[in-house]
Design a binder for this molecule. Structure first.
Ligand SMILES: Cc1ncc(C[n+]2csc(CCOP(=O)(O)OP(=O)(O)O)c2C)c(N)n1
Ligand code: SF4
Length: 466
């Protein structure tokens, strides 16, 4: 790339401890041309302050040194997954994933395909140079039949490795994408067309239209083992035979921004119908709490977590419930994470809970060390407490299983745990909401709901404990 300043790019690139003004790409590499076109399109459309680039692992890895905008570096093959997070967290941003054909077509195919199928609101610029450039020119899913690479030294043999993967054609089977096209940067005319297509990807994202995929055929002279002119000719004469240029989908003319998104009227996991409670509201005075509920499958640990999440929903808190199952149907380990917050929640995972509820020994030993200082651990009294919680964490040993048996309802041990959460005020939610959520959890058996409410109150008062 020329050393003159380019639109949309930093003036110098602080790479490898030096401030240089040339990129790391080999002479004649398609990435260099594409990088320049992307930077120009972004700057010309005035989108630099709104753009989040998701960078790949591959020869395109260093784009964060070049494009003057926000960047996320994704793990190999995960740019579309990271872009999904970025565009959901920042719907106002223009999110662009940049991926190679090894990155997107091989290790990352499924997450890219699923993101396209969901119609995530980002643009994916997919650089197809028919092989793994960065690692020395191995075969990629896009390698042409008969093409020589370091792992197909006698040419790709379809009998052994199948035929090239046509990413645009496969993605064009999906309903959600609004734009799918293939262009090339092998000569000036093609570069001008590629520039228009790149601009279009940015415009679609600027206007919130939906998922766009732009495949760009690009020469890799180094691994083609050709000079720049022959490498470009290979793109035109060989790659285009297999990967014809063209537009496979262009629905952007219809106003896709307002395409209705079908939504389920209710969710079987919710105790209360979706519209039975108003949407969450933001309340920065409510301190976020993170919970982990763990035990054996069948102990009702997942419904206990869901009950707390539902109680939070009743109080219009933001909440997430995230189950994790062992491989067994019953009797294996099960746990769930619940987050209750006054603000929209970024991640459903709970690594350091404020409150840990354990119904068995493996769960206790696995999670007790993770509890935050100032937090609480409630553990069933059947669990031998061989390990103490970290300093500053309160331990409550609670006879949930015994109380449930004494009441003649052994399955209600999870309700007994809810009684402890209520009694020790661990949730930040009102007792009324917790009870309402508990009753709602038995919506198909209302008599059991009332019975559990009664048991909850008895357990909380400690009346059954001998
Ligand atoms: C999980 C993981 N697997 C493998 C690698 C090694 N690796 C780095 S880049 C790459 C392929 C790059 O090829 P491509 O995506 O086509 O990009 P190009 O370099 O050709 O632009 C591979 C396999 C890695 N970094 N991480
Ligand atoms: S190895 Fe190929 S893809 Fe990588 S920088 Fe060099 S020419 Fe470009």
């Amino acid at each position: 790339m020329a050393t003159i300043e380019q639109k949309g790019m930093y003036k110098v690139f602080p790479r490898s401890g030096k401030n240089v003004s040339f990129t790391h790409y080999c002479p004649g590499c398609g990435h260099g041309i594409i990088n320049k076109l992307i930077a120009e399109a972004c700057a010309e459309l005035g989108l630099q302050d709104r753009t989040i680039f998701v960078d790949p692992v591959g020869c395109g890895v260093f784009t964060y040194y070049y494009w003057d905008a926000a960047h996320i570096s994704a793990a190999h093959g995960r740019a579309s997954a990271a872009a999904t997070g970025a565009c959901r967290a920042r719907p106002d941003a223009v999110t662009i994933a940049y991926q190679g054909d090894g990155d997107l077509g091989a290790i990352g195919f499924n997450n890219a395909f699923q993101a396209a199928s969901r119609g995530e609101k980002f643009g994916c610029i997919f650089v197809n140079n028919s092989l793994y450039g960065m690692t020395g020119g191995q075969m990629a899913p896009t390698t042409l039949d008969g093409e020589t690479t370091t792992t197909t030294p006698f040419g790709r043999d379809p009998a052994l490795t199948g035929h090239p993967l046509h990413v645009c054609e496969v993605f064009a089977q999906l309903k959600a994408p609004v734009y799918i096209a293939r262009v090339s940067v092998a000569d000036t005319r093609r570069i001008m067309q590629a520039k228009q297509a790149i601009r279009k990807v940015f415009e679609l994202q600027r206007d919130g239209k939906g998922y766009a995929l732009l495949e760009i055929l690009a020469p890799c002279p180094t691994n083609f083992k050709m000079n720049a002119i022959d490498a470009a000719a290979f793109c035109i004469n060989e790659m285009e035979k297999e990967f014809p240029l063209g537009v496979f989908r262009d629905e952007a003319k219809e106003s896709l921004a307002v395409r209705p998104v079908p939504r389920a009227a209710s969710c079987h996991d919710l105790f209360l119908e979706k519209d039975a409670v108003p949407a969450a509201e933001t309340d920065s005075s409510f301190a976020e709490r993170r919970f982990k509920f763990a035990g054996y499958g069948g102990q009702g640990i997942l419904s206990l977590g869901l009950t707390v999440a539902e109680a939070a929903r009743i109080e219009r808190r933001h909440t997430l419930w995230f189950p994790s199952y062992g491989p067994e149907q019953r009797g294996g380990s099960a746990n769930c994470s619940v987050v209750v917050s006054g603000q929209p929640i970024g991640s459903p995972t709970v690594e350091h809970p404020d409150v840990l509820v354990c119904m068995n020994q493996p769960a206790y030993e696995r999670f007790v060390g993770d509890v935050k200082k100032g937090g609480v651990v409630i553990v069933d009294e059947t669990v031998p407490v061989k390990v103490q919680p970290p300093e500053g964490v309160k331990l409550v040993v609670w006879p949930a299983i015994r109380m449930a048996e004494e009441f003649g309802v052994p399955k209600a041990a999870n309700t007994m745990m809810l009684a402890a959460l209520k009694k020790f005020d661990c949730t930040g939610l009102s007792g009324e909401s917790l009870e309402k959520a508990l009753v709602a959890s038995f919506k198909k058996k209302p008599a059991l709901g009332e019975k559990n409410r009664e048991l909850l109150r008895l357990a909380e008062s400690g009346k059954s404990v001998k």
